[in-house]
Design a protein. Structure first.
Length: 122
């Protein structure tokens, strides 16, 4: 295993576990009627997931210096979202609606961690 790949693997597993733990294992997005989307998860749970991704991104920014590694660790969670939304009549649009905010939050957290490290560098 290459140096740093262990932190990428462990971080990816932790992020993947956040989805089912925070949103629930039985979370499934579904359409109740054409154009009416319900996912059965309270908005505060999505807020908790976004907050954890932001904090995790800030804390892991130093361990994941390359942009590729930062994207790689969030892919399992985005894949899980796609799997849970696989029966959607909206197709990939539903996946984009749910995945893009998670991706932006994670990457924003890593940028915040980089900025914090620069501000507090000796």
């Amino acid at each position: 295993m290459r140096p740093g790949s262990r932190s990428v693997f462990i971080t990816a597993l932790v992020i993947l576990a956040l989805g089912p733990v925070v949103l629930g294992l039985d979370w499934r997005g579904h359409e109740t009627s054409p154009g009416v989307w319900r996912d059965g998860v309270a908005l505060w749970r999505w807020g908790v997931l976004a907050g954890l991704l932001m904090i995790g991104g800030a804390l892991m920014a130093r361990a994941l210096p390359s942009p590729g590694a930062r994207l790689l660790v969030i892919l399992p969670l985005l894949g899980w979202c796609g799997w849970m939304l696989r029966s959607s009549a909206l197709g990939p649009l539903a996946w984009l609606i749910y995945s893009l905010p998670l991706l932006v939050t994670w990457l924003g957290g890593t940028m915040l961690g980089d900025a914090w490290r620069r501000w507090h560098a000796p």
